[in-house]
Design a protein around this ligand. Structure first.
Ligand SMILES: Nc1nc2c(c(=O)[nH]1)N[C@H]1C(S)=C(S)[C@@H](COP(=O)(O)OP(=O)(O)OC[C@H]3O[C@@H](n4cnc5c(=O)[nH]c(N)nc54)[C@H](O)[C@@H]3O)O[C@H]1N2
Ligand SMILES: Nc1nc2c(c(=O)[nH]1)N[C@H]1C(S)=C(S)[C@@H](COP(=O)(O)OP(=O)(O)OC[C@H]3O[C@@H](n4cnc5c(=O)[nH]c(N)nc54)[C@H](O)[C@@H]3O)O[C@H]1N2
Ligand SMILES: [Mo]
Length: 692
């Protein structure tokens, strides 16, 4: 790198918490400090083009002309699928929508997917399969306030969604907060002092825990047979599938004591007020969809779904984790959660776009497969456009992703900082960020929220809507390419009409007016309706209106662990956000978590000759991560934990494998075999090369 991007003018903006049901006027740490992100020294304000191996400032005309010319040439040589697009769940609905349209119409490629494949894909697949609709929570989050029992599987909300803890207070006061996590996470610690129970299974064994709980519910006559009869199909196969999972066998496979299993099953079945919620800890596995399905089966057997005062839900990840999965940046999807392979869906969207449905490409490939095609000849991807993801840090088997990115003929990254992925680009385009633009996001309750422009963007940056429209024009794309977010939303709303996620009754103006009146808009929101806060009250999304119970079973019962190997689980810290592209630039957050710490049980560390605070290497055949040991009794003796927020020599994803769930294509982020060994301090460079 020879270039130091021009610092943005330090624009002061106060970030204030405001009264809002999902966060109760609070903001998590990264939220409070995000004002600093707006003025980081690393803010990009000019396009960059790689020349003589280094990224150098260029003007917009030159950068856009170069991209268009290269894209045309690659497409002419190898066809439209040689160009691919990678989107993000942090994009507004408007950007996600326009990106999907751009891929299909301006590039003509089927190859678009996004980082939600790393995040929400398994929960989404399980929800679609069981309910026929994927909305994270089919009820307003405030319903949880009155819960008596909440079973929270694989979610560390105390660190990842701190304001949400308020909604757990009722269950905790009732002694009914049950947290399932192989680590004693901050959230698991909330169960202490009578708050509830912490179940600590071996990583990746949640499916067996859930089969065991369902077994107990059935064996003890706690199932809601009337509900199952009236509202579901598939109960018999599920009943058979759990019959062999008696509690002692479950204990043997998972490490969760029989007494705890019984207590949880009985408590969930005790009258109303029970909720089951899942997070990434159970979903980011090669059997994540089946595990989420097992959680749904348990909820259905207990009759919890679609009834007041009880429910099942999944906790959304990124800012627009829900909306980002509805408007067409998924490889098999068109706006409104429509299917790209469905002739009626294709015709409906093509009519809104004013094109012949025949020109729309078919389904593409999901994220991990797409990343595996980078640079591959003859049928791989030669050019990639990245919007809102730092894949070289956050994708599984990051070393292979880096090699793929380096093998591309053209890598274009839109970002507002020079992320590790942008550092590898041929062209970097500086874009506007959250407080500088209008738009909408959809939260975990399927509630559409307005994002208002609070400050002016620094001179030199452009919005992605403008960039996409400009490139579409240069590529002679059909259809119209609005750049005003309100107009893009209107088009999105029309394209979603009649789809699963129907926004057709909404507009920016209506959302603004509702906000003034303190009203909320939950999809489906067709024209003439007033939205749907509670889905499933009368019927589920399948044609027959019933929910499907689907029998699932564990993929493998022996872990294949060699002597001395530990299971690596990865996850998040309060102080950092995602790949750290933004938070590793905020001094206050860097000071709070300056080094990558590998969490180990003291007994494990003693066996390996590792002391607290000493340097270690975490290794497997894919790579090595340098870290500092943090000894904590909260770990199981067979596991080690690393956050994935760091780059370079500290990047946890050089260890993870690109193995995926066969249904959702979600990668395995939370069960990787590694060895951990002590190293001498001198052997380590405990610096982040990512920070200048
Ligand atoms: N501070 C902060 N907040 C964030 C983010 C961030 O990066 N930083 N990212 C946002 C995003 S995109 C997302 S998706 C959410 C994710 O939010 P969470 O799902 O809460 O986050 P994770 O830390 O990935 O995983 C949660 C827990 O799963 C546990 N776990 C690991 N393996 C297993 C297992 O096999 N079984 C079970 N039961 N548990 C397991 C881990 O120990 C961890 O405590 O957070 C959002 N909020
Ligand atoms: N080992 C392991 N790996 C994981 C996970 C895990 O638990 N363990 N979790 C996975 C999950 S759940 C997720 S969501 C991913 C997240 O990881 P990433 O997909 O890498 O997401 P971010 O780190 O948020 O990176 C977003 C990038 O886009 C930029 N950006 C933000 N907003 C915009 C925008 O509006 N437009 C554009 N063009 N750029 C923008 C940011 O500056 C940043 O560089 O990581 C996944 N990887
Ligand atoms: Mo996520």
């Amino acid at each position: 790198m020879t270039l130091t991007p021009t610092p943005a003018a330090a624009t002061p903006v106060a970030v204030a918490g405001r009264a809002f049901p999902t966060n109760r006027g609070g903001l998590c740490k990264k939220g409070w400090t995000s004002a600093e992100l707006l003025a980081t020294p690393g803010r990009l304000t000019t396009p960059l083009i790689r020349r003589d191996g280094a990224l150098r400032p260029a003007d917009w005309e030159e950068a856009l002309a170069l991209i268009a010319a290269r894209l045309r040439a690659i497409r002419a040589e190898d066809g439209p699928d040689a160009v691919a697009v990678f989107g993000g769940g942090g994009l507004t609905n408007e950007k996600a929508y326009l990106l999907g349209k751009f891929a299909r119409l301006a590039l003509g490629t089927s190859r678009i997917d996004y980082n939600g494949r790393f995040c929400m894909a398994s929960a989404a697949a399980a929800g679609n399969r069981a309910f026929g609709i994927d909305r994270g929570m089919p009820f307003p989050v405030t319903d949880l306030d009155d819960a008596d029992t909440i079973l929270l599987l694989g979610s560390n909300v105390a660190a990842t969604m701190p304001p949400f803890i308020g909604h757990l207070a009722g269950a905790r006061a009732a002694g009914g907060l049950i947290v399932v996590d192989p680590r004693r996470s901050q959230t698991a610690q909330l169960t202490a002092d009578g708050g509830g129970l912490h179940l600590q299974p071996a990583p990746g064994t949640d499916l067996v825990v859930l089969l065991g709980l369902t077994h107990i519910v059935l064996a003890e006559g706690l199932a809601d047979l009337d509900y199952l009869e009236m509202r579901t199909t598939g109960f018999d196969t599920v009943r058979r599938s759990v019959s062999a999972w008696w509690p002692e066998r479950v204990q043997e496979h998972t490490g969760v004591p029989v007494a705890q299993l019984r207590e949880v099953a009985r408590r969930l079945a005790r009258g109303r007020g029970s909720y089951i919620l899942t997070g990434r800890g159970v979903e980011q596995h090669v059997d994540g969809t089946d595990t989420a399905t097992a959680a749904i089966n348990l909820a259905l057997v207990l009759g919890l779904v679609g009834r007041p005062g009880s429910g099942y839900g999944t906790l959304t990840g990124q800012g627009n984790g829900q909306g980002g999965r509805e408007h067409g940046q998924k490889c098999d999807q068109l706006p409104g959660y429509r299917k790209i392979a469905d002739p009626a869906d294709r015709a409906a969207v093509a009519a809104v776009w004013g094109v012949d449905p025949g020109i729309l490409p078919g389904p593409g490939v999901p994220a991990v497969e797409l990343l595996g095609m980078l640079g591959r000849r003859p049928d791989g991807v030669r050019a990639l456009l990245v919007h809102g993801s730092n894949v070289v840090v956050s994708g599984p088997d990051a070393g292979a992703i880096r090699a793929g990115l380096e093998a591309l003929d053209l890598l274009v990254v839109c970002d507002f900082v020079l992320s590790e992925t942008a550092e590898l680009a041929d062209v970097v385009l500086p874009v506007t960020q959250w407080a500088e633009e209008e738009g909408t996001m959809t939260n975990l309750e399927g509630r559409i929220l307005r994002r208002r422009r609070a400050i002016d963007p620094p001179p030199g940056v452009r919005s992605e809507l403008e960039i996409l429209a400009d490139l579409a024009r240069r590529l002679d794309a059909p259809s119209v390419w609005p750049t005003d977010p309100a107009e893009v939303f209107d088009e999105l709303a029309r394209a979603s009409a009649g789809g699963v996620a129907d926004y057709s009754g909404l507009s920016h103006a209506l959302l603004d007016a509702q906000l003034e009146r303190g009203e909320a808009a939950h999809w489906p929101y067709p024209s003439g309706s007033s939205g749907t806060p509670r889905l499933f009250a009368d019927r589920f999304g399948h044609a027959d209106g019933r929910a499907r119970l689907v029998a699932v079973r564990p993929r493998e019962l022996t872990s294949g662990r060699a002597a001395g190997e530990l299971t690596l689980i990865t996850g998040r810290l309060l102080e950092h956000y995602q790949s750290g592209a933004q938070t590793r630039r905020v001094p206050e957050l860097v000071t709070a978590q300056p080094r990558v710490r590998a969490e180990l049980h003291p007994a494990t560390a003693a066996r390996l000759g590792i002391g607290d605070g000493e340097p270690v290497c975490v290794r497997n055949l894919r790579g090595t991560v340098e870290a500092t040991a943090l000894l904590t009794e909260g770990m199981r003796i067979d596991t080690v934990f690393l956050p994935f927020h760091f780059a370079g020599r500290h990047c946890a994803n050089v260890l993870t494998e690109a193995a995926v769930d066969p249904i959702s294509a979600m990668p395995e982020f939370k069960r990787t075999l590694v060895t951990v060994e002590a190293v001498t301090e001198g052997a380590l460079t405990a610096q982040w090369e990512a920070i200048a």
